[in-house]
Design a protein around this ligand. Sequence first.
Ligand code: IPM
Ligand code: MG
Length: 359
Amino acid sequence: MEKRIAVLPGDGIGKEITQGAVEVLQTIGERFGHQFNFSYGKIGGGAVDEVGTPLPDETLELCKNSDAVLLGAVGGPKWDNLPVHLRPEKGLLKIRKELGLFANLRPTTYFESLAESAPLKKHVIEGVDLLMVRELTGGIYFGRPSERFEKDGQEAVVDTLAYTKEEMVRVIRLAFELARNRSKKVTSVDKANVLESSRMWRETAEEIAKDYPDVELNHMLVDNAAMQLIRYPKQFDVIVTENMFGDILSDEASMLTGSLGMLPSASLSENGPYLYEPIHGSAPDIAGQNIANPLATILSAAMLLRLSFGLEKEASIVENAVQSVLNQGYRTKDIAAEGEAWLSTTEMVEKVKETILQA
Ligand code: IPM
Ligand code: MG
């Protein structure tokens, strides 16, 4: 198989972690006789510094001409005070919108070997296996108006939570499709007791559920969902929710595995290319020190192999390699216990590559 992969390292630790994932993909390519061609593009604060925009047109073109996109992370204190259209996050929001990446899949799986370093009790998180499906190109992130204005001589502001029916339908339908290959349970999260958009979301979920009689649908209010994720996370399988609720709940869910440094994500569109990124950020405080955890990006590369290229066996080998290095006790700094030895970013990448070659 021959495929083109666009790599957008972005800011902070983005370069180190995407480099690790690229090497892992190359190792898979060598081992299984696939050719992956990597091309690099700029995004985020670095792109603002170099070419004056967080998402240059060339980057977008590169992505559109690729079979998949692998992204590191964007942002950092250096760019926090820029006007809103130049903020690194704007590059991320724009690429999601331009590539039509309407669904963000964030799996949260339990790592036995990390249970001791997780902030929650082992019996609560043991065996957790949930998939957050977050709507990614609508809702309050993109609704207009979003601006300051003056009302009765006072400063005022408005943001808008807007959805079309079709925007709801496609992401909820995808959640049901995904649930069919899992434990056939969808929890739709909303705030239907307050928001009109949520009442329409709930209705839409009910309508779609009729096409999936084999899948069980539950509704949960977002505040309750935030609580239930901590109280009894094993009740969840697929969670589907609108953009901002999903942003918040997915960070919360990451703590069920012990570290934000472990969680991959995939963003899907109607016709591809899909985009893969770790859910953690650019960690500017540790950038360039070769101590970042590359595993979330490596696991994102595994999702890429599976979802964009249909390479299920290769994807599983990468995921098993990550499990295996963790089971052997190898850690990066963020997941090491007090006083425990840890590997640098590049050493961890080497361990994963070695394990893949032995598999
Ligand atoms: C995420 C991030 C982004 C978001 C930010 C960086 C714009 O928090 O991917 O979850 O809010 O979507
Ligand atoms: Mg977030």
